[in-house]
Design a protein around this ligand. Structure first.
Ligand SMILES: Cc1cc2nc3c(=O)[nH]c(=O)nc-3n(C[C@H](O)[C@H](O)[C@H](O)COP(=O)(O)OP(=O)(O)OC[C@H]3O[C@@H](n4cnc5c(N)ncnc54)[C@H](O)[C@@H]3O)c2cc1C
Length: 338
């Protein structure tokens, strides 16, 4: 397949929320050279440009009156290998879980806890995806990009990406300025496992240490039991980020709710699961138009089939307001509103 340009293009299959909207132009490219050529043609035009992956963390609020770019750069190559670690380079358009599957098959450790997260490699490095006690930044060596304004390549070391909780420089000060074309990952050849989180603790203490494949299989089983499958029920995963609050705010809540779950961030800050806050406000299973709060996990908003962007925006706003009214805490969307 080579570069394709389509007009008034339906985005229904390009966002896991299932919003039935259109893009004025939709361009898919296969190589870095094609991307650079496309950017050259767009230079000087006032059109909005948005790069998407699988659209699994996006909420299209209306038709997109600009150009959507999508990478079809798909390769996985081994850069180096020694007795400790392996460097693996993957194109931005590779499906993230395909890479996880290959790493687990080869018994390379580092990506197994992140198995089955929807989306593509390029977006994973932008989002700093995380699950079961692991964040992607822990295995990123380098992020290869093209600057939108100039078409020039720039390679970011992981230390230059300002990674934080579901956050990176590409979402903040350099938002929209660089397109990720490939990512180099550093995986361990010797077993290094993270089994401290949730049901993965059941694998702790096993002898011999569980393989990357065994951990991957466990993660997939847990995720399948808790999270909606994008093909069956539209969602964008966790809709809100878990708020980090000052210690005094947490202590106030804990005085009335002895069971409030929490994670100590540092001496002065505590992270409280947004799911717990939303659940305490009685939102689980509640509907608004075609949108609803997922029965099994109140952090996830779902499209019951007929949801409009407005249904989801309104439901999210109502949830934010009620959490604020009850706990005085602002919860912020993790999902990108477009
Ligand atoms: C059911 C479900 C479960 C989920 N579980 C998790 C989870 O456990 N942990 C987690 O972290 N996330 C989770 N997510 C969210 C989502 O999978 C991740 O955010 C994922 O990285 C998004 O990838 P994507 O390819 O779909 O990106 P998109 O949603 O298409 O884009 C996300 C952002 O990246 C930008 N972007 C995309 N590609 C590029 C590129 N090549 N260069 C520059 N910018 C780019 C976009 O502009 C946008 O800002 C879940 C989502 C769903 C639907």
């Amino acid at each position: 397949m080579s570069m394709t340009i389509q007009y008034q293009y339906p985005l229904l299959k390009h966002n896991t929320f299932g919003m039935d909207v259109k893009a004025e132009q939709f361009i898919t490219y296969d190589t870095v050279d094609e991307l650079v050529a496309v950017l050259a043609t767009l230079r000087g035009s006032a059109k909005r440009i948005l790069h998407i992956g699988s659209g699994s963390n996006l909420l299209f609020t209306s038709d997109f009156d600009g150009v959507i770019l999508h990478s079809n750069i798909k390769f996985i190559e081994y850069v180096s290998h020694d007795s400790q670690e392996v460097l693996v380079r993957a194109g931005s358009g590779v499906v993230w879980d395909d890479l996880c599957a290959e790493m687990a098959r080869n018994n390379y450790y580092g990506s197994e806890n992140l198995s089955y997260i929807p989306g593509e490699v390029g977006a994973a490095a932008v989002q700093n995806i995380g699950a079961y006690g692991v964040e992607l930044e822990s295995i990123i060596q380098e992020v290869e990009t093209i600057e939108v304004a100039t078409g020039k390549p720039r390679f970011f070391q992981a230390s230059e990406c300002a990674y934080g909780y579901r956050d990176s420089i590409f979402k903040n000060s350099l938002h929209g300025q660089y397109i990720v074309t490939a990512v180099v990952f550093r995986l361990s050849v010797i077993p290094v496992v993270h089994l401290d989180y949730g049901q993965l603790q059941d694998l702790r203490g096993q002898e011999p240490t569980p393989t990357a494949q065994a951990i991957r299989d466990a993660v997939i089983a847990i995720r399948r039991s808790k999270l909606p499958e994008p093909d069956e029920l539209g969602s964008a995963g966790s809709f809100f980020k878990n708020p980090v609050v000052p210690l005094a705010v947490y202590q106030d809540i804990a005085a009335s709710y002895t069971d409030v779950p929490h994670y100590v961030v540092d001496e002065e800050h505590i992270k409280i699961p947004a799911a717990w806050l939303i659940d305490q406000c009685g939102w689980k299973g509640k509907r608004h138009g075609g949108a609803a709060v997922y029965e099994k996990q109140p952090l996830i908003l779902v499209n019951n089939g007929q949801a409009t962007p407005r249904d989801i925006i309104e439901l999210a706003a109502q949830i934010q307001q009620s959490v604020h009214n009850k706990f005085g805490i602002h919860i912020h969307p993790e999902v990108n509103y477009i």
